[in-house]
Design a protein around this ligand. Structure first.
Ligand code: GLA
Length: 389
């Protein structure tokens, strides 16, 4: 793969000079959904799928981008003096946004760069291809310009900042954090209110993580996501009149039940309920995993789905079909929607001996029900972003 990309780089930009290579993974979140902007916990892991980047510094201020995935777009050229988002810039808005965010932090760049990018995360699947591209760009800039003081955690924050302020998606920190900080065979138990984290080995004994891609992405994803955030903020403001909290993640279920009548709209009450209960579920799920109680972990994943479907309302018909089918298969320990929602993927924990049946049965029944095929990935947990060569 890397050799091919190097050849491609030479083909596109000409050989010679120092070409460096990097990788940043996508992520799957095991539990703790829509808690990261509510000061709660998340439990994502980095995948071995992700985004590769090759880069070479230039003498002038030009920036050139080429994506192997979007080769029909050819080389997209811009400059360090033009770091503004535009519809026409397509995918290059992500790396440009990160450069812009570096400049906002006070780093200025004299020389431009030629970039070649290749990703093997299915596009629009909700496995964080954009966050991986942001973290990848951050790592390339840090390394190529020798900015040593920036930590991987800083790169996650810069990625999130650029996504929020350059690309207009008001996401939390989970995706970029997982891509930057991931660790092989571990999930990251992250407290988003403090950014304290712990690596928890994902020991599933005789089971695998299976991601199922619904291959649907309903429109208005960004705005529906931002609506959920606003509804949680409204609920928080009303709760703050009766209890001293900074974020929904500070509440236990009992405290929420005691104060919930302070939230005037039913919708906002449901959203807040999800945020509170999901956070507590995540804490419990990590404890269960540490105690080798994979069955309990699975039950909590299932409960997470119900809450995301009924209270947070970020699921959709296709995803519910996938999860309902999964729940019926013997050997499925847990299954739920993962990521932002409104399509994308489910994540399931499936006993080894049931994986083939899972793929065959759900594949067939899903196609019968919705008219198109799902895609399945039996995944491994990989390391966070790193330099390859
Ligand atoms: C998207 C966002 C994350 C997080 C999830 C939901 O992936 O980018 O910050 O909020 O949705 O858990």
């Amino acid at each position: 793969m890397e050799k091919k990309l190097l050849e491609k780089f030479g083909e596109v930009y000409g050989a010679g000079g120092e070409i460096r290579e990097y990788f940043a993974p996508g992520r799957v979140n095991l539990i703790g959904e829509h808690t990261d902007y509510n000061g709660g916990h998340v439990f994502p892991c980095a995948l071995t799928l992700g985004t590769y980047g090759l880069a070479r510094r230039r003498e002038d201020r030009k920036l050139r981008f080429y994506s192997v995935n979007f080769s029909r777009l050819g080389v997209i050229e811009t400059s360090l003096d033009d770091l503004v988002p535009s519809d026409g810039a397509g995918w290059t808005n992500y790396p440009k946004g990160v450069m812009w965010a570096f400049e906002k932090r006070g780093y200025t760049f004299e020389n431009g760069v030629d970039f070649l990018i290749y990703g093997n995360i299915p596009n629009g699947s909700g496995l964080s291809s954009s966050a991986s591209l942001e973290v990848l760009t951050g790592l390339m800039l840090k390394d190529m310009y020798g900015i040593e003081e920036l930590t991987m955690q800083d790169l996650a924050l810069i990625g999130q900042y650029s996504e929020n302020n350059f690309n207009g998606m008001n996401c939390g920190i989970m995706d970029q954090f997982a891509s930057a900080m991931g660790k092989k065979d571990c999930a990251i138990f992250l407290d988003t209110s403090t950014l304290e984290y712990e690596y928890a080995p994902v020991k599933l004994k005789d089971a695998r993580i299976v991601i199922t891609n619904s291959k649907v992405k309903h429109s208005l994803v960004g705005s529906a996501y931002n609506d959920r955030r606003n509804e949680c903020e409204t609920a928080l403001k009303e709760l703050q009149k009766v209890t001293d909290i900074k974020a929904l993640g500070e509440l236990t279920e009992e405290e929420f039940e005691a104060h919930k009548d302070a939230i005037s709209s039913e919708i906002c009450r449901k959203r807040a309920k999800h945020a509170v209960y999901e956070n507590q579920r995540t804490i419990r799920a990590v404890k269960a995993l540490k105690e080798d109680n994979v069955e309990e972990f699975g039950r909590l994943m299932n409960a997470s789905h119900v809450s995301l479907r009924d209270d947070y309302e970020v699921s959709c018909e296709e995803i519910d079909i996938l999860v309902d089918l999964a729940w019926k298969i013997p050997g499925v320990i847990g299954s739920r929607i993962t990521g932002g929602g409104f399509g994308g993927c489910t994540v399931s924990i499936v006993k080894n001996e049931a994986v083939d049946t899972f793929i065959e049965t759900i594949g067939r029944k899903y196609k019968e029900a919705v008219g198109h095929e799902a895609e399945f990935y039996v995944v491994d947990i990989g390391d966070g972003a790193h330099k390859i060569g």
